[in-house]
Design a protein around this ligand. Structure first.
Ligand SMILES: [Zn+2]
Length: 322
């Protein structure tokens, strides 16, 4: 814009009424929101600079699309941008992303995030799970030394799914079967004394040795010593896999066995459940997203919109740690 035009614009601004000023200010905020988000996205790609289709680094710049640099791969002859093959590919309204992630950094509900950001409730829901799709992968590669493990259970929920051919369950409903049944989703958490935490959704019903072998075995370093509450699944798993194991006999009222206890992991469970309650019931299929989101809170304080954007783009702190 020429400077004379700009001066004319500045003169015009003085004549705006209150509502027009508010709209202008929102437009300016969005415009700076867009340039910030584009900068972050491009920077995250610059760090990799590889073709998302074939991983070749023989690329050249090939114009711009929707504010993002477009690249051409000399190896596979495809074009792409920094968001291609990420959960954020073709997601619209980039100027609002950082505002939206700021609302998520405050753990606001889908409705509250929508209201805060000025997007529709359905968009808010879609964005939430696009932004969270990869966050669960931001996890330590191995747990070391004394590692507490314990499972918690959450009631199976199909919230948000339609046409299931049966009556939808009530919000925050209760189990119809007594005790531990296939209505309960098992969520084991393991945490070493350095605070590194792993969680996983281990299916419905009680914890089994097989589930531990599948999910926990690959994550335990050779020096790991597992501490459990004496659930026979842990004993059987550790015996079969040759893992050192100490049990605290909670059923006998024993809370601590020397240096061994599961209090850190139990505290983690209760923080997770307390935090989850604000969302008024979460569909089971989105549970891994919420576990990852919670873990991000525990690892990065304060959690910023930029960190959440990085996680959505697959740039993780822990993926490089061995
Ligand atoms: Zn390629």
């Amino acid at each position: 814009m020429k400077s004379a035009e700009f001066m004319a614009l500045m003169t015009t601004i003085r004549r705006l009424d209150h509502h027009q000023r508010k709209r202008l200010s929102a437009a300016l905020r969005q415009s700076s929101g867009e340039s910030n988000v584009l900068e972050w996205i491009e920077a995250s790609f610059d760090a990799k600079s590889a073709c998302p289709h074939c991983a070749s680094v023989e690329l050249y710049r090939n114009g711009w699309v929707s504010g993002l640099q477009r690249y051409y791969c000399q190896h596979c002859h495809k074009t792409f941008n920094a968001l291609t093959r990420t959960p954020l590919a073709r997601l619209r309204d980039k100027p609002k992303w950082l505002d939206y992630l700021a609302a998520m950094a405050q753990s606001l509900s889908v409705r509250q995030c929508a209201a805060d950001t000025g997007v529709h409730r359905n968009t808010s829901f879609r964005w939430r799970h696009r932004f969270l799709r990869w966050i669960g992968q931001d996890r330590p590669s191995k747990l070391h030394g004394i590692t507490e493990a314990d499972e918690t259970y959450l009631l199976e929920s199909d919230k948000g799914q339609r046409n299931l051919g049966r009556e939808p369950g009530k919000r925050g409903g209760s189990a119809t079967k007594p005790g531990l049944s296939d209505e309960q989703v098992c969520v084991p958490v393991a945490r070493d004394r350095a605070g590194q935490t792993l969680d996983f959704v281990a299916g419905n019903g009680p914890l089994t040795k097989t589930r531990l072998t599948t999910a926990l075995k690959p994550m335990l370093a050779a020096d790991a010593l597992l501490v459990s509450d004496g659930n026979p699944a842990y004993t059987a798993f550790c015996e079969a896999e040759g893992i050192s194991h100490e049990a605290v006999n909670l059923s006998q009222g024993q809370r601590v066995n020397g240096a061994y206890h599961v209090q850190n992991v139990n505290a983690y469970h209760s923080r997770f459940k307390q935090w989850l309650a604000r969302f008024h019931g979460v569909a089971t299929r989105y549970l891994p997203n919420y576990l990852g989101w919670r873990r991000a809170f525990e690892q990065h304080q304060p959690l910023t919109p930029e960190m959440l954007l990085n996680a959505a783009l697959g740039n993780f702190q822990y993926l490089t740690v061995t």
